[in-house]
Ligand binder design. Structure first.
Ligand code: P5A
Length: 436
């Protein structure tokens, strides 16, 4: 993209309404704008990040054997009456009426709808197990939407649902999602710790939250220093082997880790003091096993091997896709701005033309831009070099290709790595080889 003709409205001033660094930087870097309390428009650069994060989530769900589908945002209230949650969900649920006075809701989650879809078509034990997921907007009328996209009212979630014939099968599905989640967060440059959690309005008795450590996080967390040494790449495990999954989850859950809601001071104090870590964290994912809560309430059974009806065992698995944009920034920034991990960056590189209008600089920049295409943001504005440097640092592109008159005459550019800040004078070809 050419910055001179792009809708990337960066701000020099810090917006007064933003209390945490990721919210400030998302507004300043022109990624999002609020359109109503807790509701955001994703501008071109921000939308690219959101899409990159969604693509990583999707790739790891697919690799775990989950099937992507897409359910609507608007749901009939009838389904929620069947499960009993229509009244339980309270004011967080946005309720609507259509022209025929039918009650509808804007979905805060999809357990009911997926149970209904399965109940219509899945009739035999031979069709299970299955895991399905979608990446879809949700609405929750939060009392206190805050911190920008971290706690919004409208937000993008990946939600998966598993159906198994028995408890043992459901545990395998649950573990498979846990491994997929660790790989997902790792690919975004994040270290997420799975912590035992309350299951709240989703229900059930086995639940883990995935927490990114950050001083601005909403939850207080207590954990064993062992998590600082864990191999987060979660490599060496076959996601389709129940034995590997048991081994993996064993590794993840032997050490103490809990949010304040589940914290047991008695157990924690038994840890050697130098291993006790306490901090704040952001919940980027949450998984639940809730057995037959929805299948039983909504009359969903399949014919078992002996012909008798069995209510499938279910779980649901959420990732806060839009929240992750904020979480990545909380985990990766400095005083000058965002430092995007390569995997989620909106652009791999910015091309900074330090003398716009100078024939040699313009020609070289155009040549680089033609080679990089949409992977690059070409700063072709009539601005001072200082402004271009500051905006590139603020926007956090992993690489900056700096083109000035002296280098351009000799066919060289300066290549800056945003993380770490090293700069190197290189020929055009070697600079491009590094960036691509
Ligand atoms: C799991 C999938 C569920 O809704 N049903 C389907 C289950 N879980 S959850 O914990 O309530 O939400 C899953 C993840 O969504 C993110 N999230 C939010 N992100 C931004 N703004 C919000 N208001 C918000 N609420 C939840 C979190 O990352 C959460 O882990």
């Amino acid at each position: 993209m050419r910055l001179s003709r792009s809708f990337v409205p960066t701000l020099k001033e810090t917006p007064a309404e933003a209390q945490i660094v990721s919210h400030r930087l998302m507004l300043r870097a022109g990624l999002v704008r609020q359109t109503a309390a807790g509701i955001y428009a994703w501008l071109p650069a921000g939308f690219r990040v959101l899409q990159n994060i969604a693509a990583i989530v999707r790739a790891e769900q697919d690799a775990a054997g989950a099937q992507e589908l897409l359910m609507p945002t608007i749901q009939p209230a009838e389904l929620w009456r069947e499960s009993g949650r229509y009244d339980d969900y309270g004011k967080e649920m946005l309720r609507l009426n259509d022209r025929h006075e039918r009650d509808l809701v804007y979905g805060p989650t999809n357990e009911e709808m997926i149970t209904d879809l399965f109940r219509q078509s899945v009739k035999s034990y031979r069709e299970l197990p299955q895991i399905v997921y979608h990446i879809q907007w949700k609405f929750r009328d939060e009392v206190r939407p805050r911190f920008g996209v971290m706690r919004g009212r409208e937000f993008l979630m990946k939600d998966a649902y598993s159906f198994d014939l028995d408890y043992e099968g459901a545990v395998v599905s649950y573990r498979r999602m846990m491994l997929a989640y660790m790989r997902t967060f790792r690919r975004m440059g994040l270290k997420a710790i799975p912590m035992q959690a309350e299951s709240g309005p989703i229900g059930g008795n086995m639940s883990h939250e995935f927490i990114i450590l950050a001083p601005t996080g909403e939850s207080e967390v207590f954990y064993d220093a062992a998590f600082e040494e864990i191999d987060y790449s979660a490599s060496g495990f076959d996601i389709f082997s129940p034995e590997d999954l048991a081994r993996f989850v064993g590794l993840m859950t032997t050490h103490y880790a809990a949010t304040d809601e589940k914290h047991e001071p008695g157990t924690w104090e038994k840890l050697a003091p130098e291993r006790q870590r306490r901090g704040r964290g952001i919940e980027v994912g949450h998984i639940f096993y809730f057995g037959t809560k929805y299948s039983a309430a909504m009359g969903f059974t399949v014919a078992g091997a002996d012909g008798r009806p069995v209510a499938p065992e279910m779980g649901s698995y959420g990732i806060g896709v839009s929240r992750l944009v904020g979480a990545v920034i909380e985990a990766s920034h400095d005083e000058a701005g965002i430092i995007w991990p390569d995997a989620v960056a909106p652009f791999r590189a910015a091309i900074l033309n330090l003398r716009q209008g100078d024939g040699t600089c313009d020609r070289l920049c155009e040549e680089i831009y033609a080679k990089l295409g949409l992977a690059a943001l070409y700063d072709d504005r009539e601005e001072r070099a200082g402004v271009k440097f500051a905006d590139a640092d603020l926007m956090g592109h992993p690489w900056q290709i700096i083109v000035g008159p002296r280098g351009a005459a000799a066919g060289t550019v300066e290549l800056k790595r945003r993380a770490g800040g090293e700069r190197q004078e290189l020929s055009l070809d070697s600079a491009l080889a590094r960036v691509l």
